[in-house]
Design a protein around this ligand. Sequence first.
Ligand code: 9WN
Length: 441
Amino acid sequence: KPWIAAAPDSWGRLHRVAAWVLLGNWAGGSTVPSRTLYPHQWSWDSAFIAIGLRHLSPRRAGRELETLFAAQWADGRVPHIVFNDSVPADAYFPGPDFWQAGVPGEAGLINTSGIIQPPVHALAAWEVHRTDPNDSLDRGFLHRLYPRLAAWHDYLLGPRDLGGSGLASIVHPWESGMDNSPCWDSPLARIAPADPGSYERRDLTHSDAADRPTDLDYGRYVRLCTDYRDHDYDDARTEHAFAVEDPCLNGLLAASEYALADIAAAIGKDPGFHRARAQAITAALLERLYDPESGLFRCRDLRADGADGSDALIGEGSVAGLVPLIVADLPEPVVRSLLDTLRGDNFALGRVHMVPSYDLTGSAFDPARYWRGPSWFNVGWLLHRGLRSYGATLDAKRLREDLLEAAGRTGFAEYVDPHTGDGRGIRSFSWTAATALDLIA
Ligand code: 9WN
């Protein structure tokens, strides 16, 4: 029996509470994902947050992105965390003492991590601009951000094109934003975990251990960060024992590159370069990662030792492989297959709560543990956008109601059990509130 979201009359109350959550998480120049578990600024969170915040204040949404880009490194990378110095250094692990990284800011050093997250930023900047284009142009928002966004994409397609394929690679599971996805199990199995006595997890103070990555995962996360840090985060000098081409990150890169073309045109620059680059990323995505047999994109492990010594597509089916639905101009048979996969037994669109992060029939499926099954709101928002853009109006409408109903009922949970709809992780989570605001608007 299909699961049907409660029919809404109006989302007025939800809008008010979502606004209250989001404004309550404002930290002065940007928004924390959560006051307890994540008390700093996170890169892709800020992009989703800006997309929602623009409905309350386009200027503040612009500030959110500009605060993040003030911490951009000279090589173009946008760090996945920008640390808030007014929060105790041991509030989150790994904190600034661990990363030993940063950039000079107007008021002194800005402490950051050294790894990245998916590039949703140009997409977000374009949406923020579109909310009040005249004010945005008057204030020079896009003029200031455009070169920074372009440098960010240059970094991803330059030093991070580790496979020489025209796609960006991630060098740490945290860089995917889907930290403990079963897709990372096989590439991580080759990594020797760091000594558990050398660090102390902080996340378990605020969240249930059964909902979070395991200690073994953390040992490997720490090892990969330490190796990168010991090589000054220099991609050319680091061995990168973990190197994967991820369809979610690259799908977002293609969509953001299209947004960058729109941004360029809006400020009187030639959009042609960005359009061509977006098309090239899309072509590489299709050629390198699309698996027609299973009707979804897969992750490619650049360090896999296949029989012929080559890299390999990872067998696990993750929702990351459906996110490319947000990319414009995909070939029609690919769109049809992606929709079939989304509606079929593996992701069961319309029959479970939201969209699970991992194949419901997969051997590693766990309805509670983070990115190994639970449904997440940012991913639901992306798929809703993809469904709408490809004319799957009814699916999009149902998914929207489902996301809004779950956000309200769970108190803006971080993620949701796809079978029961129970909220998991922390509550008052910023991107859950932000994506709800955008879906209501
Ligand atoms: C590590 C902040 C971030 C999200 C990620 C999510 C989680 C961090 C953690 O929280 O990751 O970056 O400590 O688990 O997986 O997607 O950006 O909300």
